[in-house]
Ligand binder design. Structure first.
Ligand SMILES: *Cc1c(COP(=O)(O)O)cnc(C)c1O
Length: 386
């Protein structure tokens, strides 16, 4: 049976080139970079190279910091909790602005900070599944310590207006964090072009290994560490450096940018082909279709069909996809993505997310269209609501 992986917003395959770059740092060059002997020092050059790949990948300045973390969940937790210690407790600012559709690594951390007495404003999506710049502007008060808005949404692929929000934050003197996990390798991330103070990323979303990520911190900014210990990463994040994974993430970043044209052209073309085929199956609504999106993502609502029933059919045919969190919620009202686009109650549980990568092929897409077509026909035939 054919195997088709269309859940690349959840995680991606490690590129073989990345795997090969990492390999000899497990059993051959395994020294601790902090050691003074040659087992340690031999890792310095390849580590430096990996950091260069990361700095170049997001076009950061040399004197900005890129700190290695265990994942983007850590990076997001760190920014929000770090700001609590370095800004909120010190300066008396007690307000954070974010959106209703952040990854749980941001939204659950905000909920935790609310328990500590911090005020959080959750800006909703507009009817185009995007964030209005004016809504962010209006939410900022003199008490605002931080604005945290993701660059691209993991469910819909919609690209949020990070450049404009960054300018507002600069003008108002408020720190700005963006979760860029879904943008690396999908659109150009250029820190010379946007005013961002903190940026989170994660290797496994761009064909690197799981369990390693990073946090970009603009030059000179204070952020209380979460991990105290040794003097790793200039004391900002303690813990022995994960040499093979850092090297893998550097390589993955380099390849992500090298393949950006392919992503913008070929991946988009395959996505659009799949999307148009879905639309032609009638009563299918693609969220954010009229909005600027990353090239690989489709969040589709198929009237009359439970998202989970569809996933079951797809999985039986060897295709891996996701319902996204759009279906996780029991309550339509509680789902900001579906309410934002004005979806009625019937559409509440019908969402399916298909996310491609540069390893997706034309044959994968043709096969998926065929399976979707027969699955939708079959499920609508037995549906009580269609
Ligand atoms: C996957 C994801 C994360 C979490 O990344 P991990 O490295 O798995 O912790 C955070 N934000 C977004 C938008 C994601 O898609």
């Amino acid at each position: 049976m054919r195997e088709v992986y269309l859940d690349n917003n959840a995680t991606t395959m490690v590129d073989r080139e990345v795997f090969e770059a990492m390999e000899e740092y497990f059993c051959k060059y395994y020294g601790n970079p902090n050691s003074l002997h040659h087992f340690g020092t031999i890792t310095h050059k390849p580590l430096k190279n990996a950091f260069n790949q990361l700095y170049e990948g997001i076009n950061a300045n040399e004197d900005d910091d890129i700190i290695i973390t265990s994942c983007a969940t850590e990076s997001n937790n760190w920014v929000l909790k770090g700001i609590y210690f370095s800004e909120i407790l010190k300066n008396g600012k007690n307000h954070i602005v974010t959106t209703q559709v952040e990854h749980p690594a941001v939204s659950a951390t905000c909920a935790f900070l609310e328990e500590l007495g911090i005020e959080v404003t959750y800006v909703p999506l507009n009817d185009k599944a995007n964030i209005d710049v004016s809504a962010i502007r209006d939410a900022i008060t003199p008490k605002t310590a931080l604005v945290s808005v993701m660059w691209a949404n993991n469910e819909t692929g919609v690209i949020f207006p990070i450049k404009e929000i960054g300018e507002i934050c600069k003008e108002k003197g408020v720190l700005f964090h963006t979760d860029a996990v879904q943008t690396i390798g999908k659109i150009k991330v250029d820190l010379q072009d946007v005013n961002v103070d903190f940026l989170s990323f994660s290797a496994h979303k761009f064909h690197g290994p799981k369990g390693i990520g990073g946090l970009y911190i603009k030059k000179g900014l204070e952020l209380t560490p979460l991990f105290h210990g040794g003097e790793h990463m200039g004391g900002r994040r303690s813990g022995t450096l994960n040499v093979p994974y850092i090297i893998g993430m550097g390589k993955a970043m380099e390849l992500a940018n090298k393949n950006l044209d392919f992503e913008t052209n070929k991946v988009r073309e395959m996505r659009d082909k799949l999307e148009n085929a879905l639309i032609n199956m009638n009563d299918v609504l693609v969220v954010g279709r009229d909005t600027l999106r990353v090239p690989n993502t489709i969040l589709a609502s198929v009237r009359g069909i439970e998202g989970e029933a569809m996933l079951w059919d797809l999985n039986k045919a060897g295709i891996g996809a996701s319902t996204g969190s759009a279906c996780a919620s029991e309550d339509l009202e509680a789902n900001p993505v579906m309410t934002a686009i004005g979806a009625d109650k019937e559409l509440a549980h019908t969402a399916v997310r298909l996310s491609l990568s540069r390893f997706t092929t034309d044959e994968d897409i043709d096969y998926t269209i065929k399976i979707l077509d027969s699955s939708i026909k079959r499920l609508r035939n037995i549906s009580s609501s269609y």
